[in-house]
Design a protein around this ligand. Structure first.
Ligand code: G1P
Length: 313
């Protein structure tokens, strides 16, 4: 068996209904954080972590995700002619080597597990990564590299995790923790989207995985679970006790770009990292905060006045 993680699967068939009307014609993974689409962040993270081949699991209307990584001869020639070196370099730098981006169609929205299983011929009998581009991570070292480090030590399945508020467990896959050193937790079970009162912990799965090939085999017989969908979480759990499951509390800040507020926060955080944008943005943020505080003061004062009037009458 290959002892390297060379392949990554990107489930990108989702419709992005939470971002309508923006996503009526545009794939949600094409929404930009600052000036780069989510899918490009995901692919760049994969290559930075040593991945050689990326497989997109797409759906109808999402061919643009593959097109985005193709050459753009007219645009490149135009930039060259006009001497626009910087955007040209950016464009060429973002284009992966031919043959490294592959794609197949999920055909029907049967769940994340089903989407991943569509890559079975691609992963073959190798360990593989799964990246959900909605989860965008700002970190010094790519989150996937951090997972691969832990995988090199423990093997098996390694998943990115984050502590969430108990009220939010029903949005995530949750670890049933057997041992925990505060950074890496070994799981004795996984539950997809448990209600807060039955969640075995608050350690939630974030969209980065390094998985054993046995997960692909387990997916062949995984029945629909939470939400009536074939869940990746269930297939990973099914490889226990044969294959270990470790959760890594990665270093970095994660943004849920499938959520409007998360997406806006990601834009702010990534923009603040950019020296060409930061100074003006900081100024504008300070002005916005000052205006908000002034508004709160005014409403607070108005409320206090009306309470005092009520008390006096
Ligand atoms: C998926 C997984 C879930 C995980 C989450 C992370 O859920 O099924 O286990 O916690 O991604 O973003 P989804 O967000 O697709 O409902």
């Amino acid at each position: 068996m290959t002892r390297r993680v060379r392949k990554a699967v990107f489930p990108v068939a989702g419709l992005g209904t939470r971002f309508l009307p923006a996503t009526k014609l545009v794939a949600k993974e094409m929404l930009p954080v600052v000036d780069k689409p989510l899918i490009q962040y995901a692919v760049e993270e994969a290559f930075a972590a040593g991945i050689e081949y990326c497989m997109f699991i797409t759906g109808r209307g999402k061919a643009v995700l593959v097109d985005h990584f193709d050459s753009a001869p007219e645009l490149e020639a135009m930039l060259r002619d006009r001497g626009k070196q910087e955007p040209l370099a950016e464009l060429l730098g973002g284009r992966p080597k031919a043959g490294t981006i592959l794609a197949t169609r999920q055909q029907a929205p049967l769940g994340l597990g089903h989407a991943v299983s569509c890559a079975r011929a691609f992963t073959d009998d190798e360990p593989f990564a799964v990246i959900l581009p909605d989860d965008l991570i700002l970190s010094d070292r790519p989150c996937l590299s951090q997972l691969i480090d832990v995988w090199s030590e423990h093997g098996g399945n390694v998943i990115a995790v984050e502590e969430v508020d108990r009220s939010r467990t029903a949005n995530y896959g949750i670890l049933d923790v057997a041992a925990d050193d505060g950074r890496v937790a070994r799981a004795q079970g996984l539950v997809e989207k448990p209600q807060p009162d039955v969640a075995p912990s608050r350690l939630a799965i974030i969209g980065r995985y390094v998985l054993d090939p046995k997960v692909m085999r387990a997916l062949e017989s995984t029945a629909p679970g939470a939400g009536g969908e074939i869940q990746l979480t269930d297939a990973i759990r099914a490889t226990l006790p044969d294959v270990a499951i470790h959760g890594l509390r990665f270093d970095g800040m994660r943004f849920d770009c499938g959520d409007k507020v998360g997406f806006i926060e990601a834009n702010l955080a990534f923009a603040l990292e950019r020296p060409d944008i930061r100074p003006r943005l900081v100024q504008s943020l300070k002005a916005t905060v000052a205006a908000l505080e002034a508004e709160e003061d005014r409403t607070g004062m108005a409320q206090r006045t009306s309470t005092a009037v009520d008390a006096a009458s």
